[in-house]
Design a protein around this ligand. Structure first.
Ligand code: GLU
Length: 304
């Protein structure tokens, strides 16, 4: 596969695209990012790494982190995790409260905010030093020992986190949050405030393309069956209420975040991460999604 040529063509196509979308501003710290950033990093099993643009610059990975917290929760508790959170797409915005009331405080899936808050509750309960242990876990699976939470972003999320506070309170009223609400929120806000580059995200996501083993060291983090399930959840639930559109256009399991990052995988072939902060109306990176659509179209490598 001529990946250098394909990435060059993607880069040229993106340069011609009108800049649409808006940078997330409901977390004020995120609004400070230049809308013109763009990075892409592709990590292949056979042919190595290819990248362009701001692929080495760290940004706020936001909800992409939900995949890492879910991975750690599955590693700790296995299928028990799914007693408190479902695996179906919600068809509603990521921070919606509507379904929770009707569904007795059980979130539709772990990749929307309510579900990720339940996962945060599980981690707060089972980890000795939750934030530190989680950070060390991400450092381990990424192979990057200097990955950090951005404290200003975490504080900004806390200052404006009324909806997340509402979600966690509502779930607590149904008995689906065991821990202290403030502690769960603090963990969640820090988790979302992790900063990583496209290069680091793509390298880390190789885990999910490699049947749950860290690419390179081959250390097993999840078993094959757990990885299959997690990838299925990403495909069905990883792109807000645009998961159908993402499957239709791109056809890869993955996860996006309101920081403008998207990470996706093709099992046994590659992982890829893109970053462009301008979001479409559903909350996915507009150019990021287009770049991935071009990638799977030009390579013929979607999972379908
Ligand atoms: N920290 C963000 C929030 O809770 C994450 C949203 C996202 O990236 O989907 O609103």
């Amino acid at each position: 596969m001529d990946y250098p040529k394909i990435l060059e063509e993607i880069k040229e196509s993106l340069a011609l695209e009108p800049k649409t979308g808006t940078v997330a501003s409901y977390i004020p710290e995120l609004a400070k990012i230049s809308p013109n950033k763009f990075g892409m990093h592709l990590c292949c099993f056979e042919q190595g790494n290819f990248a362009f643009g701001d692929s080495r610059e760290r940004f706020s990975i936001q909800s992409v982190s939900k995949v890492f917290s879910l991975t750690l929760a599955i590693q700790l508790l296995g299928n028990k995790v799914l007693e408190r959170v479902g695996i179906e797409p919600s068809g509603d915005p990521f921070n919606s409260l509507i379904l929770l009331e009707n569904e007795n405080g059980i979130p539709r899936n772990p990749l929307i905010n309510s579900g990720a808050l339940v996962i945060a509750d599980i981690l707060v309960e089972h980890l000795e030093r939750p934030k530190e242990d989680f950070l060390n876990f991400v450092r381990k699976i990424s192979g990057q020992s200097d990955i950090q939470f951005n404290k200003q972003v975490a504080q900004s999320e806390k200052d404006w986190g009324y909806r997340n506070a509402a979600l966690v309170n509502l779930m607590k009223s149904f008995g689906n949050i065991n821990g202290d609400i403030e502690e769960v929120l603090d963990f969640y806000f820090h988790q979302c405030a992790l900063e990583m580059s496209c290069e680091e995200l793509a390298n880390t996501f190789m885990l999910y393309a490699n049947h749950g083993k860290i690419f390179g060291t081959e250390e097993e983090i999840l078993n094959t069956s757990q990885t299959k399930r997690l990838n299925a959840v990403m495909l069905a639930c990883g792109f807000y209420d645009e998961a159908g559109e993402f499957s239709f256009k791109v056809g890869l399991p993955g996860k996006s975040g309101v920081g403008g990052g998207i990470a996706a995988i093709h099992p046994g072939n590659f992982s890829v991460a893109v970053w462009s902060p301008q979001l479409n109306e559903k909350g996915n990176s507009a150019l990021g999604m287009l770049a991935l659509e071009l990638l799977t179209t030009k390579t013929g490598l979607s999972i379908f």
